[in-house]
Design a protein around this ligand. Structure first.
Ligand SMILES: C[S@@+](CC[C@H](N)C(=O)[O-])C[C@H]1O[C@@H](n2cnc3c(N)ncnc32)[C@H](O)[C@@H]1O
Length: 366
């Protein structure tokens, strides 16, 4: 499948933002969401579909985004919307969306995703059960599917930029969960041999039945993985390091180095500075069990002085693995670059490069 992106080669800073709606109904394309650069107010983004300029979007007020970003004065003006003819794309099975903020004609903020159109009927029975979807942190089937396409987009663009997709034959989705990324990956890239591993047996069981019976494995809490040295060209880690303590991250980085071939890439997301500020802004009564202590003195002190805050347990796998292993971990760019370069060359650190929220670290095995 050919995916047309216009801006993959240009390293435009990732805006903060989200597409809340992207659908084609009765020949009308409707897209809405919010997008902002923390440093300055921009005009609403331009919309590119399948690599071609499609429309300029209209600005919308977003009080909810303002509330979520109390440290950014212009956050309330970050909403955008477009509604118009879907001519030319209504018959496609999928299409690419790129939203670009411009300043003096230069692109300065970017958000991209793949979208499946209604012409592919949602086969809900093929989605994992809600219990598994919630276990990996998605609220419902629709978000699970949209997030999978979004994260896939971010990974694929980073691979294209760093080693090229044609050179990528074997990929490991490490911490694959119940296939949020693996499922769309295998649809869009059927020629790539995709493997997956996870410590959660119920997730791996689902992937083995619905994706590939022998390529998905349950792995142990600590290395080794059941793969030979230099097995993979690329390892994807979507929101896995975000759950591992400092020492455990380092042990697994060494193992990723072992299973990657020379020149292989590890793409791993982390909760960085932007995510920490967002979680600090959440009102106490709305705070979830996921990120509940970002305002505490301990969390702020650890982040400021050690560069990593890895003391908050995440209850998502409670009863399935020993307590104290699965955490919520925030870390600074400075810490990540210094600690992770023990095992890898840090090729890129893309702020908000994963889902325009987590940071994406692109590492290369020398
Ligand atoms: C937030 S979920 C993300 C799942 C998947 N990557 C995605 O994006 O949908 C984190 C996943 O990492 C898995 N995990 C945590 N520690 C792991 C480890 N040491 N090895 C493999 N998987 C791990 C968890 O079981 C969980 O499925």
């Amino acid at each position: 499948m050919v995916l047309n992106w216009r801006f993959t080669e240009q390293q435009i800073p990732r805006a903060a933002g989200r597409i809340d709606q992207a659908q084609i109904k009765d020949g009308t394309l409707s897209i809405a969401g919010w997008m902002l650069l923390p440093s300055r107010l921009c005009s609403p983004p331009s919309l590119f579909i399948n690599g071609t300029l499609f429309a300029r979007t209209e600005q919308r007020q977003r009080p909810d985004v303002h509330e979520a970003h109390p440290w950014i004065d212009h956050a309330g003006l970050s909403g955008f919307a477009y509604s118009g003819s879907a001519e030319g794309i209504a018959s496609c099975e999928s299409f690419t969306i790129e939203l670009v903020l411009f300043e003096d004609s230069f692109p300065c903020g970017y958000l991209a995703t793949l979208v499946k159109t209604e012409s592919i009927p949602p086969k809900k029975e093929e989605h994992p059960p809600l219990e598994l979807i919630r276990q990996i942190g998605a609220p419902d089937v629709e978000s699970f599917e949209a997030q999978g396409l979004k994260v896939l987009t971010d990974f694929v663009q980073a691979i294209q930029l760093s080693r090229g997709l044609p050179n990528t034959r074997r990929v490991l989705d490490w911490g694959c969960g119940c296939g949020r990324v693996s499922s769309p990956f295998s649809v869009f890239f059927p020629d790539v041999e995709l493997f997956g591993s996870d410590i959660a047996e119920n997730c791996v069981d689902w992937c083995r039945i619905h994706l590939h019976s022998s390529r998905f494995v349950k792995s142990a809490l600590f290395p080794p993985l059941p793969f030979a040295d230099s097995s993979f060209d690329v390892v994807l880690a979507s929101s896995v390091m975000t759950h591992l303590k400092r020492t455990v991250q380092l042990v697994w980085l060494q193992e990723m180095n072992r299973v990657l071939g020379p020149g292989g890439l590890l793409l791993a997301s982390v909760l960085g500075d932007y995510a920490f500020k967002r979680e600090q802004a959440v009102k106490p009564e709305a705070r979830s069990r996921l990120y509940n202590d970002c305002n505490s003195l301990v969390a702020r002190t650890l982040l400021a002085f050690r560069g990593i805050c890895d003391r908050t347990p995440n209850e998502g796998l409670a009863g399935k693995i020993p307590a104290g292993y699965y955490m919520n971990v925030f870390q600074t760019e400075k810490y990540t670059r210094a600690a992770w370069s023990q095992h890898f060359e840090v090729l890129r650190y893309i702020e908000r490069g994963m889902d325009n929220y987590q940071d994406l670290v692109v590492l290369r095995k020398p």
